[in-house]
Design a binder for this molecule. Sequence first.
Ligand SMILES: [Zn+2]
Length: 106
Amino acid sequence: MREPEHTANIIQLRSTLIPEFPSREQSSCHHSNIVVVEDQRLLLCKDCQLWIDPFEYLLRWAARDWAAAKRVIEYRQDLEKLITRIRQLKKEERNIKARLRRLNKP
Ligand SMILES: [Zn+2]
């Protein structure tokens, strides 16, 4: 049987060359031993041998980076509040000491 002419130039890829990606739920590899497989343009975890979609990996990386940047901003705001509170407490301490000195004067 002859193949139709328009499909004659299609190259069949062997299924072993195309790794199966895990679903989003299964792709929760948290190892850091990730290598780039350049010829297949993919990522591979050397610890659990999980193929990782580079775009998914990049998305997770960006999300982690964004969350870390947000936490830094929140920590700086908390720090500013604590510094302001310490200044207020030191001022109250000075006022109380001054009152005590006035009360203790003969
Ligand atoms: Zn892994």
